[in-house]
Design a protein around this ligand. Structure first.
Ligand code: FEO
Ligand code: CA
Ligand code: CA
Ligand code: CA
Length: 507
C-alpha cells in the first residue's frame, strides 16, 4: 500500500524522494512548484523591489480582520536575512552600497493572490519594505536607557531570520546575526545595540510604527513561537542561535483580548523573560530586582548588570549567570497543535563534534505554557540512519506532523556530504508507528537552504523560501547555481516557492 493513502497522523501525504544535488527544486510525484516574489521583483506602486535572502514567511489572510481565512488572497511578510555583496554588486564599501544592502534586508509586506493554479504578486497600497533604514520604536524596559544610548526610536531592522505570528495578526520578525554588520557597515551610522531584538510589524496598518520588544531580550534571535496561555497571557518560546547558548520563554503581563486588536498591539511591551535550565527542568526568571545571582554577577571584578535594562540588553550573559543551559544552537521552535509540546531544533555544534543535530521535545508541567517546570526528551537525531542533518526551521500541520528544513551550511569537510545531498525538507509523524521517522519531501537547489515554511489555511499550498542559492560562487564568472535567475541573467535569485499538490486539511 502507498504511504500516501494512510492515516494523516501516521503517514506522509507523498511518496518520499531520494537525496539529490540537482540545481532545482525537487518534489514528489504529483506535486509542483512555482517561483513567487523573487529578489529584485518590483512590488510597490513606488517601485520598491523585493529584498534578498528570504527567510521566515508570515501568512496573513487578506480578510483576517473581518474574521476570514482566505487561502487565495493574503499579505505575506517575507524576512530578508542578509545579503550577498557579490550578487548585489555592493562589494566596495561606499555609503551608497551600504545603504543598498540595508534596503535589501528587513521585511517585505507583499500581497499575493492565487489565480487558478498560479500565485502572483499584487501591487497593493499596503505593500511596503520595512527595511534596514525604516523608523522603528523601542518599547519595554530598555527603551531610552544606557545600553541603547538613550534611544527611543531607531533605524531599521536587519538580520531577519525566523519569526512568528501573533493571534491578533501581527508579525514578530527576529533579528539574528546583527553584530556582524558593525564592521561591514562601519561609518554608515549602524548601531548594533539597536538590533538583536524581536520587532513587531502590523502588515495591515502601514501607519502603525513597528515596535522593538526589548522585554523579550537581546540575543541572536532566531524565532518566536507564540501561543496564548490558559489565562490569555501571551507566551513566546525563543532560541538564541549561537553555539552553547540558551532557550527562552517570554510571558506577557497582560492578557490577549480577541475583541480589542488595538490593545493587543501593546501586549508584548511588558512581561517576564525566563531561560531554560535543562538540568533540573526549570524556567529561571531573568529579573534583576528578584534574582541575587544577577545582582552579584561580576566580570573582571565589575558588576555585569546594574539594572533590568542591562540584563535584557545582554540576555545571554544573564541567562548563563543564573544557570540557563547552553545547548547546541537552538534554531526554530514550534508548538505541537494537538498536545502543546514544544519542539526545538538544535541544529549542530562543531565545538562538541555534534555535526548532525537533533530535535528536542519539551513538555511543560501539566502541558501549561505558564508552568515553571518541564520535562524533555530527544524526538529525532540527525545522522546517516535518519537521513537528515542540521535541523533548522520547523512547521506543524494540524494533524501534529512536523515538517522540517535542514541547513548544512558552513560545515566544511564534515561527514554530512556522504549521505545528505542538497538541503532538504523532511516530514515526521509525531505519534503512531512512525513517530520520529524522517521522510524526505523536497530537496532545494545547489548551496541553498529552504527556510520559513508556512501553510495556506486550507493546507493546499506550502510556501517555502529558497535562501542563498549558489552561495559559494567565487565570482559572477564562476556561478555554482542559476536557480530562478531573471530573464537574460544567470545570477541565482533567492525567492519564495509555492508548492501545490497537497490534499488539503480534512475535518
Ligand atoms: Fe538565521 Fe539561525 O538561522
Ligand atoms: Ca535558521
Ligand atoms: Ca517555524
Ligand atoms: Ca541555520
Amino acid at each position: 500500500t502507498s504511504v500516501a493513502t494512510g492515516d494523516a497522523r501516521f503517514y506522509p501525504p507523498f511518496l518520499p524522494i531520494e537525496p539529490t544535488r540537482a540545481d532545482t527544486m525537487t518534489v514528489p510525484a504529483g506535486y509542483r512548484w512555482q517561483v513567487l516574489a523573487p529578489w529584485g521583483e518590483e512590488f510597490t506602486e513606488d517601485g520598491r523591489r523585493i529584498g534578498f535572502n528570504h527567510d521566515f514567511i508570515g501568512y496573513f489572510p487578506a480578510d483576517m480582520l473581518e474574521g476570514g481565512q482566505s487561502s487565495t488572497d493574503a499579505y505575506l511578510t517575507i524576512n530578508h536575512e542578509y545579503v550577498n555583496p557579490l550578487f548585489l554588486g555592493t562589494e566596495e564599501r561606499t555609503q551608497e552600497n551600504m545603504e543598498k544592502e540595508k534596503r535589501a534586508m528587513g521585511v517585505s509586506v507583499v500581497r499575493v493572490t492565487k489565480d487558478g493554479q498560479e500565485w502572483k504578486v499584487v501591487k497593493d497600497a499596503k505593500n511596503r519594505a520595512v527595511d534596514g533604514l525604516y523608523d522603528i520604536e523601542l518599547t519595554g524596559p530598555v527603551r531610552g536607557t544606557a545600553p541603547v544610548k538613550g534611544a527611543t526610536m531607531v533605524k531599521g531592522t536587519v538580520g531577519n531570520c525566523s519569526g512568528g505570528q501573533t493571534p491578533w495578526g501581527t508579525l514578530l520578525t527576529c533579528e539574528e546575526n546583527v553584530d556582524g554588520y558593525t564592521k561591514a557597515w562601519e561609518g554608515s551610522g549602524y548601531e548594533a545595540m539597536h538590533q538583536g531584538w524581536v520587532t513587531e510589524i502590523d502588515p495591515f496598518d502601514p501607519e502603525w510604527t513597528p515596535k522593538k520588544r526589548t522585554g523579550m531580550g537581546r540575543f541572536r534571535h532566531e524565532n518566536a513561537a507564540v501561543i496564548p496561555a490558559k489565562d490569555g497571557r501571551i507566551v513566546a518560546y525563543m532560541g538564541d542561535d549561537m553555539q552553547d547558548s540558551c532557550v527562552y520563554k517570554f510571558v506577557s503581563k497582560g492578557a490577549y483580548n480577541p475583541a480589542n486588536r488595538t490593545a493587543n498591539r501593546d501586549l508584548l511591551a511588558e512581561g517576564d523573560l525566563y531561560v531554560a535550565n535543562f538540568g533540573n527542568g526549570t524556567w529561571v526568571l531573568l529579573d534583576y530586582a528578584k534574582n541575587k545571582k544577577l545582582q552579584e554577577a561580576k566580570k573582571d571584578d565589575k558588576p555585569l548588570f546594574t539594572s533590568q535594562a542591562d540584563v535584557l540588553a545582554d540576555a545571554r550573559a544573564a541567562a548563563l549567570a543564573v544557570g540557563g543551559t547552553p545547548v547546541d544552537r537552538p534554531e526554530d521552535i514550534e508548538i505541537h497543535p494537538r498536545n502543546n509540546d514544544v519542539y526545538i531544533a538544535l541544529t549542530n555544534n562543531s565545538k562538541h563534534g555534534n555535526y548532525f543535530g537533533q530535535i528536542v521535545k519539551l513538555t511543560e508541567e501539566g502541558s501549561d505554557h505558564l508552568a515553571t517546570t518541564f520535562k524533555w526528551d530527544v524526538f529525532a537525531y540527525g545522522g546517516p540512519k535518519s537521513g537528515f542533518a542540521s535541523p533548522d526551521n520547523l512547521v506543524f500541520d494540524p494533524y501534529g506532523n512536523l515538517w522540517m528544513v535542514t541547513d548544512n551550511s558552513d560545515l566544511g569537510t564534515n561527514p554530512i556530504k556522504e549521505f545528505h545531498g542538497n538541503n532538504a525538507m523532511f516530514f515526521f509523524p509525531t505519534e503512531g508507528p512512525n513517530a520520529g521517522k524522517a521522510y524526505r519531501f523536497a530537496v532545494g537547489p545547489v548551496e541553498a537552504e529552504m527556510t520559513g515554511p508556512t501553510w495556506s489555511p486550507d493546507g493546499k499550498t506550502l510556501f517555502v523560501s529558497i535562501q542563498h542559492p549558489g552561495e559559494d560562487s567565487e565570482s559572477l564568472n564562476k556561478l555554482t547555481s542559476n536557480f530562478a535567475a531573471a530573464p537574460g541573467s544567470n545570477i541565482p535569485r533567492p525567492t519564495l516557492v509555492a508548492i501545490e499538490g497537497f490534499p488539503g486539511w480534512k475535518a
